[in-house]
Design a protein around this ligand. Sequence first.
Ligand code: ATP
Length: 370
Amino acid sequence: FAPWADASAKPYISFENITKKFGDFIAVDNLSLEIFEREFFALLGASGCGKSTLLRMLAGFEAPTSGRILLDGQDLAGIPPYRRPVNMMFQSYALFPHMSVEHNIAFGLKQDGMPKADIERRVDEMLKLVKLEQFAKRKPHQLSGGQRQRVALARSVAKRPKVLLLDEPLGALDKKLREETQFELVDLQHDLGLTFIVVTHDQEEAMTMADRIAILDKGEVVQVATPAEIYEAPGSRFVADFVGTVNLIEGELKERENGVARIEDGQGLTILTEDAGDAAAGDRVWFAIRPEKLKVSAAEPDRTDSNAAEGEIYDIAYLGDMTVFHIRLDDGRIVKASTMNSARVSQELLTWHDRAWISFRPDAGVVLTR
Ligand code: ATP
């Protein structure tokens, strides 16, 4: 499933040069974005970057100051929220507390004047979908947080919208439940064949669920790509730093030859890298490398790693699945390196203040020019 890679595929939702001003304040700044049918799309950004405003404009709760939003080729301007094939899932605390689960789910269908027998059938179907058949008669306060969340979800898809908008849908859940629910949401989205657009400031959540992610900053889209592309090939320092942890080393690209670029930081560090993007000799660049791409060893590494530097272990965090090292290189720079604990860690091979080497292959990092 990758319609965005197919040049002939038509987007289902298009934001075209959307600007939204609140008074003088520009919340969304000439933003364009395309989302495909059945895509699980995430809008990811820090608080205040405009992601909720974007969702609210698609739902019809706000109107753009300028620009157009098209859904399946139709301009949505002037179409009220209830006539758009779009529904917004609100957090579970928006359930009606005095109504049972089934009545909560039926509420919108009744309002639409659906015949009683059809409503019953639809509610049963929804209860089955979110695995809450036995809880139909309960009130929201008699459910766990995760179950309430599923009711909210069932209620929001009961009307069979074409597009479901989810604004921080899992914010109220604890970490473990949030992780489980992320997978459930993806399964549900597959089963229903709907387009989901989720707003989140949680990069792990976006990475886990989304087919593609748009990273927003100050009302603008800075990158749209799959989770793996965003992580492995961030387009800028902002994205590299926003998603995951990264080591950034500033330097000058000295030369590109035979597919290898040489970067020097002016303080004695030389980096050889294969992926130098569109950087040219003489450019100021940032070499970005993720902690798990750095190897840590007590002894000097062998030749397969063309890049190596020595330093001292300055901090260690044992996280169960992995161990994170902060290493102060001999030039004073601190780098973060992590190792997977694929075998049981029965003794500490490296500890505080040990001398250690870091090394990495020439294809382990990327060169950024902005
Ligand atoms: P959060 O994660 O905190 O919800 P967000 O990225 O969803 O943030 P938005 O809610 O879209 O951000 O808001 C974007 C900017 O627009 C913020 O600076 C916000 O203060 C401002 N804003 C949003 N709605 C209004 C409004 N009705 N009037 C004035 N300013 C607004």
